[in-house]
Design a binder for this molecule. Structure first.
Ligand code: PDD
Length: 281
């Protein structure tokens, strides 16, 4: 992989930041990830927009424009030489030269990197569908309940993952403050019931793949809504799938040990999955 840090392109092993950086000490950072497939970015403009929006809300600024960040990401991918990459752009609060605790004194730090692609689901899981456990833990939505800010707050998600592994599931779904389903470690979730799609409205990141599913459902003439999704509704759905930049649309066929419908990947999930990958061509 290749990183861009302090104005330079570096091999990943040489890209280092200070332990005093607030991104590391306080999770005071925002980031975005983009997917490169066949050497091409997918919906890069939307990721750049969310990234700059997050920085603005967090009152961070960097000495690069959207166009320059786009160019830096392209350069990281080109220099790394991989056709399939996981690309990340991030800005941390940085550190204050005087060790002051005033965030206004910190020098914000932008960095980016491209590493070989690592998907949330492997080929076998995509074929048979993922096995998910619902954790009782509440997902604290990123950066103080702002669904538009993508932040590294993952303590709840990581604890959920351990819960899932303890019950032999492969990944986890957490709940919102009302006990409805929210999101999982790096993905949003959808239920399909009688041809209609629904996805949790609150307690989640406004995912770009989630948004893409709204677009694709529209193309297929299917109803798709952001609403409360109860645990019961999810478990009794005809089809369930999760969405992430790092994996696209991925089927779920088992929740808490119980099968979703007949336990086979459903036709709407397969159709959406195909449309999604077709868009990458
Ligand atoms: N994760 N929810 C959380 C908490 C996420 O971290 C992510 C993305 C999503 C899905 O958002 P999108 O469709 O925009 O990728 C939802 C990134 C890909 C990651 O794990 O690095």
């Amino acid at each position: 992989g290749v990183a861009f840090l302090d104005g330079q392109y570096l091999p990943m092993s040489e890209a280092k930041i200070s332990v005093l950086d607030w991104g590391f000490l306080h999770s005071d950072a925002t980031y975005d990830t983009v997917h490169v497939w066949n050497g091409r970015f997918f919906r890069l403009d939307l990721h750049i927009e969310r990234f700059f929006g997050g920085m603005e809300r967090l009152r961070m600024s960097i000495p690069f424009t959207r166009e320059q960040v786009t160019e830096i990401l392209h350069n990281c991918v080109a220099l790394s030489g991989h056709r399939a990459s996981y690309v990340e752009m991030l800005t941390t609060r940085g550190a204050s030269p005087t060790f002051s605790r005033d965030p206004r004194d910190a020098i914000n730090r932008f960095m980016a990197f491209a590493v070989p692609f690592g998907s949330v689901a492997n080929a076998e899981q995509r074929e048979r569908g993922l096995h998910v456990a619902i954790s009782n833990r509440i997902r604290i939505p990123p950066a103080s309940v702002d669904p538009e800010i993508k932040n590294y707050h993952w303590l709840d998600l990581v604890r959920g993952l351990y819960d899932a592994y303890d019950s032999k599931a492969e990944t986890a779904l957490l709940l919102d403050f009302n006990g409805n389903v929210a999101e999982g470690p790096g993905f949003n979730v959808f239920a399909v019931k009688e041809g209609k799609l629904s996805t949790p409205a609150i307690g989640v990141l406004a995912g770009i793949t989630r948004r893409t599913v709204f677009d694709l459902s529209g193309e297929l003439g299917l109803d798709c809504n952001a609403v409360d999704v109860s645990v019961t509704a999810l478990k009794s759905a005809d089809e369930v799938f999760i969405t992430s930049t790092a994996g696209g649309i991925m089927p779920v066929t088992k929740i808490d040990g119980g099968l979703i419908a007949d336990g086979k990947v459903g036709p709407i999930t397969r159709k959406l999955e195909k449309l999604y990958w077709d868009k990458h061509e």
